[in-house]
Design a protein around this ligand. Sequence first.
Ligand SMILES: Cc1cc2nc3c(=O)[nH]c(=O)nc-3n(C[C@H](O)[C@H](O)[C@H](O)COP(=O)(O)OP(=O)(O)OC[C@H]3O[C@@H](n4cnc5c(N)ncnc54)[C@H](O)[C@@H]3O)c2cc1C
Ligand SMILES: NC(=O)c1ccc[n+]([C@@H]2O[C@H](COP(=O)([O-])OP(=O)(O)OC[C@H]3O[C@@H](n4cnc5c(N)ncnc54)[C@H](OP(=O)(O)O)[C@@H]3O)[C@@H](O)[C@H]2O)c1
Length: 406
Amino acid sequence: MAQAAAVGALLGASTAFLAPSAAPAPAPALRGAPHSSRDSTGPGLAGAAGVGAAALGLGLLAARPAATACRAAAVKKKGVKVVHGKEIPWNLFSPKAPYQGKVVENDVHKQTLTEPTGDANWETTHVTFDHGGKVPYIEGQSIGGSGFAVMKGEQPAKIRLYSIASSAVGDDQTSKTVSLCVKRVVEVDGKFANRQKGEDKPDKAGTAYPENQVYRGVCSNHICDMTPGDEVLITGPTGAEMLLPEDPEANIIMLATGTGIAPMRSYLRLLFHDKAGASSDGGRKFKGKAWLFMGVPYSKSLLYDDEHQTYKKAFPDQFRYDYAVSREQKNAAGQKMYIQTKMAEYAEELWEMMQDEKTHVYMCGLKGMESGMAECFGPIAEKNGLVWAEFAKAMKKADRYHVEVY
Ligand SMILES: Cc1cc2nc3c(=O)[nH]c(=O)nc-3n(C[C@H](O)[C@H](O)[C@H](O)COP(=O)(O)OP(=O)(O)OC[C@H]3O[C@@H](n4cnc5c(N)ncnc54)[C@H](O)[C@@H]3O)c2cc1C
Ligand SMILES: NC(=O)c1ccc[n+]([C@@H]2O[C@H](COP(=O)([O-])OP(=O)(O)OC[C@H]3O[C@@H](n4cnc5c(N)ncnc54)[C@H](OP(=O)(O)O)[C@@H]3O)[C@@H](O)[C@H]2O)c1
């Protein structure tokens, strides 16, 4: 089978993801080195030309903007895409021929990450699938562009995309699992309904609205209700917009709203947690600075806060972490605390960082974040005789401003 051959080729020659092609990589690169081509490393950060966050897509492949297409060369081999001269895994599994994986027990995070807030859509889950090593992906890649299919009767439902929340080696560091961070879509008495009054039953988290008309998102509810052993159909991986830089001295500014944290978690696992990111001197291969800004509605909706606090404690000189809790915090002017409101507190410092060619900005989540950046950095750009939109465009052109918003 062509797919099996492609996977075999990727696994058998996984150094394809690790080895730079023409230009020599600055050493030691962020990931890859001490692992054999078939072991837990999987495709590597270092190799994949700054291959970063991946998104696992359950779907709607057609809805994915083609932004990455112009940044990557044409696909030369099945299951592989060449990005900046390096090969990365690419659509090994299609909606017509998805990989059949299983939900696995996950001892890193137990399913639901958030606590009830009173909102119908309060629940966000962390779910892990076993892919048997057959769906290699890299951080910040959107296997996100990759997807799972949910069966609707005999037919697969439309595929939805989900950003991959685990690093390439997976939460268990075997390179055989992939994790997602999925928000359960529940809308009560809204414009659409797929449950009439009296029909809504308690979901796995115990939430139900039997007195109301309810719309439950098809894929998100399917995923959030899964239990270990359940089968899942996976497509992808895909996505080349959110790849990490190869330079271990790069600085990484991460801006996430809600589940937009998924690719950032993938990066942070590699930078500060995984064996694949450890250097031979007992430190980390990553030598730069990482700064995460996360925006959520309630403190009960903070995602992976435990992990962020751990990194902050263990790497105080390298990792900074700030969050904006929109419905609980306000700034000094009494404005709602959005991510850009929080960043404005550090505008000078962030602006300085962005002048450094080694600094990359990653943005994932709600579309409104992009105009938020303009609000935040417009004034300081102007003070420096620049126009933010042009500065941002130049950063994008230099592959230093990575945006995946929806
Ligand atoms: C690149 C990418 C990465 C993503 N990553 C993540 C991620 O990491 N985590 C995450 O949780 N999500 C992510 N998403 C969003 C995800 O793909 C899904 O869109 C989301 O989970 C909702 O899917 P669903 O099937 O549950 O909802 P759906 O059933 O598709 O419903 C979605 C919306 O459609 C509306 N709707 C229902 N019927 C109609 C109709 N007839 N006409 C018009 N609208 C209608 C509903 O009101 C609802 O608001 C990502 C999206 C993209 C594009
Ligand atoms: N790769 C991708 O493209 C990708 C990956 C993951 C997720 N996503 C998308 O990201 C979105 C995340 O939604 P979510 O439901 O998980 O998030 P959420 O939990 O609702 O959190 C979003 C936060 O952003 C705030 N916000 C609203 N408008 C904003 C604006 N203009 N600027 C800055 N912040 C703003 C919200 O504040 P208030 O609600 O209080 O106004 C809230 O605090 C989804 O649409 C998902 O599809 C995309």
